[in-house]
Design a protein around this ligand. Structure first.
Ligand code: UDP
Length: 416
């Protein structure tokens, strides 16, 4: 059925979708927004993604694709700030957006906000524009607090009540919530009293054209890697990601020769975390087996995934977990905790293992199986890849478009 073009305002106030992936506040959500914006534009829809100026060098407008733009608006100082500090600049953000829209003579059919902070700006604009408001929370404050307390993380339970209360209000006021997993849907109902019919579960995707199987030898040559057994970690260096548990698993793998852990992620803003992890590795006597590579551009990651023997996602919490999809798309098996969508994505014993928790012993046991497997050949790489072929971004966009159309139709009927 042909779908008439929609004009969508996407909001990503706190995090820039073209920011450096792997820094403190820039990860899966940014990938999601830019991939989805491009896919929607490819289908003839018009998408403007709004974010705040994070850097004086930011251009006002970036062309993400034909019909998809990223627009920077002033809100507070032109620099990175703590997520929570963005809260007090949201009124400026929303007012500047409205001013820009009027000056440019723009009109939108729908608002799609990402994360609770943008949700707040979206709720304000919704009332002025009289269009439906969709939200994707990406992570939920109440769930983060529960997980941090259970895992006894140093900063346990520090998601402020302001966030949780705002999320609760947004859940009530918005017209549709996109959850990336059934688990998130359950959390929205359990912790926020969301009504089931307001939520649509649409998994995240992977760019199957970019994340491809590269011959392992070629990938290693490209990166200057030798014949070690490589365990790969990719992601932000956040305590919730459980990288410390992965480092603690290394001494338990000492019976396997030539093991190296390659840690990707963490920019200049994560030096403290890197030092802490280095200290942990030193204390365990495995410092020579860990390489902290820092940030790697998304386009370069297929080399790392393809060169690795196993990718590990030891997180205490993930809303979805894009890294698992990316690694499998590059043909490399994954050991991951039972969070996000991991259980649905990983075929236990075939494309990796899902562990009930990230205790070092459990991680080491499954990592060892993959490091020592015989017959890890092209066939197993293709099996990993084919297992995620259903997760292309075009399928995600198709589901989101159907959802937008349905929400729009309901809104127009209710308004008439
Ligand atoms: N990433 C990257 N370079 C880095 C570190 C991470 O491109 O140095 C990307 C990674 O490939 C993935 C995203 O950042 O696409 C992280 O998404 P994920 O869903 O795994 O975690 P989140 O950041 O949402 O917690």
């Amino acid at each position: 059925m042909p779908v008439s073009p929609m004009r969508v305002a996407m909001l990503s106030a706190h995090s820039c979708p073209v920011g450096k992936l792997g820094t403190k506040d820039t990860g899966g959500m940014s990938v999601y927004i830019r991939e989805l914006a491009r896919e929607l534009a490819d289908r003839g829809h018009i998408v403007d993604v709004y974010t705040r100026v994070h850097d004086p060098e930011d251009r006002e407008i970036y062309e993400l694709a034909r019909n998809a733009r990223l627009i920077h608006l002033k809100a507070g100082e032109d620099e990175e700030m703590q997520k929570l500090d963005v809260y007090s600049h949201l009124p400026d953000f929303a007012c500047n957006l409205e001013r820009y829209r009027r000056q440019s003579d723009l009109r939108y059919d729908l608002i799609f906000s990402h994360y609770w902070l943008s949700g707040l700006a979206g709720a304000y604009l919704q009332q002025r524009w009289h269009v439906p408001h969709m939200i994707m929370f990406h992570t939920l404050g109440a769930v983060k607090n529960r997980i941090k307390e259970e895992a006894r993380l140093a900063n346990g339970g520090d998601e402020p009540e302001l966030r949780i209360e705002t999320e609760r209000r947004l859940v009530g006021s918005c017209h549709r919530i996109i959850a990336s997993t059934p688990r998130e849907q359950e959390d929205l109902i359990r912790y926020y009293g969301a009504s089931l019919d307001k939520i649509n579960v649409v998994p995240c995707g992977v760019n199957l054209g970019q994340f491809k199987v590269i011959d392992r030898t070629l990938a290693r040559q490209h990166l200057g890697f030798g014949e070690e057994r490589i365990i790969l970690y990719v992601g932000r260096l956040d305590p919730l990601k459980g990288i410390d548990k992965l480092i603690e698993a290394l001494p338990l793998l000492s019976h396997i020769p030539g093991v190296r852990l390659v840690v990707i992620g963490g920019g200049e803003d994560s030096q403290h975390e890197v030092e802490q992890l280095r200290g942990l590795a030193r204390g365990l006597g495995v410092q020579d087996a860990v390489s902290f590579v820092g940030l790697v551009k998304h386009e370069q990651l297929p080399y790392f995934y393809s060169a690795a023997d196993v990718c590990v996602v030891p997180s205490h919490y993930e809303s979805f977990g894009l890294v698992v999809l990316e690694s499998l798309a590059c043909g490399t098996p994954v050991v991951a905790t039972d969070v996000g969508n991991h259980r649905d994505v990983i075929r236990d014993g075939e494309t990796g293992y899902v562990v009930t928790d990230n205790t070092p012993g459990r991680l080491a046991e499954k990592i060892a199986l993959l490091l020592c497997r015989t017959g890890a050949d092209k066939g197993s790489a293709l099996l990993c890849r084919s297992s995620v072929s259903r997760f292309g971004w075009s399928g995600v966009a198709q589901s989101v478009v159907s959802d937008c159309q349905e929400v729009l139709a309901h809104y127009l009927v209710a308004a008439s």
